[in-house]
Write a protein that binds this ligand. Sequence first.
Ligand SMILES: NC(=O)c1ccc[n+]([C@@H]2O[C@H](COP(=O)([O-])OP(=O)(O)OC[C@H]3O[C@@H](n4cnc5c(N)ncnc54)[C@H](O)[C@@H]3O)[C@@H](O)[C@H]2O)c1
Length: 436
Amino acid sequence: MNISVVGLGKLGLPFAFFLASFNNRVFAFDINKNISKQVNHKKSTFVEPELKIYIKKYKKNVFFKNSIDEVIDETDITFLVLPTPSMKNGSFSNEYILKVLMKIAKKIKTKKKKHFINITSTVNPSSCVKVFIPFMERNGLVNKKDFFIIYNPHFIAQGTTFNNLKKPDILLIGTDNKKSEKKMLNLYKNIYKKNIYKLLNLTEAEITKLSVNSYITNKISFANYISEISENLKDVNGVKILDAIGNDRRIGGSYFKLGTKFSGPCFPRDNKSLSFFSKKIGVNNYLPESVDKVNKKQTERIIKKIKFFSKNFKGKISIGLLGITYKSNTNVILDSQSYDLIKKINSKVLKVKKINYYDNYVKRKNYLIGNNKINYTNNIKILVKKSDIILIMYKDKEFFKLKNVIPKKKKIVIDCWNLIKNLKKPYIYSQLGKIN
Ligand SMILES: NC(=O)c1ccc[n+]([C@@H]2O[C@H](COP(=O)([O-])OP(=O)(O)OC[C@H]3O[C@@H](n4cnc5c(N)ncnc54)[C@H](O)[C@@H]3O)[C@@H](O)[C@H]2O)c1
């Protein structure tokens, strides 16, 4: 099948190659010309496991074009994977999508053939029905005759994009007519053999996308709440409590573990957008608001721990961060737990001499976050040597190397993810979810 993809960023580029891997001819366009240049050199502009392999293997099926007109010419279905930045009130901006829809509308008029427009970006509920369809109609086109709007988002996380695309639990297909539904099922039938399709109307699909992620943030904030309770009681281990709760099948253990705040390009934004939407239609938004409030408090828990252990050292302390991105296998730092911690460290909160970091996915020597300069070290042994208190900020098997580094003097390790479980002297090993 000939398919076009507009917007080749962190989701769009892997998605284009994923489609190409099923023998589709993919016509791709992005205003950023660097992307196609990098791909032509078999590189990618960001860190994503498997992307380079996909580029190498399936480049022959991906055709980069210089304009939206060209990709519309080649196909009758276009996926829009464009940015939808969050606005101050928590809702998503449709600005990028509308700009592209304007061009698509002009092209459809001259092409005089029907076109399926698949919105893959995350959007506010009701955007398709109340914004995109009327917009196309105002541009002289007839819905369900000249154009068909479909809402078909994907649940992926940076660092596991291909795995998530390959094995989704559900696939949301939001349409307003049978033709669009048929088109989508036909497109996906070669990709997904299991019946994972959730056939919804446009608004239902938009709400479902946000709700899935928002529900996960509920779980994470609840787990963090239980961890914090545990942390304030003697002889109580949050890990054991969360494990027990998570083994109840009504609850389930996924995302119900010891950890830090939720972050990254989806969870916080989707939760806030759902919150904004419900308030707008007169439904109270206490639940997503509280989840967000709990999330914002997580950095304080970590600072409290660092403060407690800083008593072991005279004068200012050096902090070592194992990981500054929001998770393993990505270079996205946006709003990560480390990012927030670094931003919040100041002389009133903690007396800090230096912040060192080690991260396999971000190797920038000079990094300024808030008012704090952070220093990159290229190996864990050096990080341990340079730091008094070391924090494990996300799960990554690299960090197990800590076990083989024996420091000459006392070092504190705060494991935010129950990753290493314990460490021998001269380390003092501490976890979130336990008193100290
Ligand atoms: N990244 C994720 O983990 C993820 C997961 C699920 C959903 N999403 C959603 O997918 C959408 C895209 O996210 P992303 O992370 O890939 O964003 P991104 O910023 O990494 O990529 C967007 C791309 O669109 C391009 N673009 C902007 N204007 C354009 C135009 N007029 N014509 C052509 N290309 C244009 C940009 O140059 C960029 O390459 C967002 O709505 C996001 O919420 C992202």
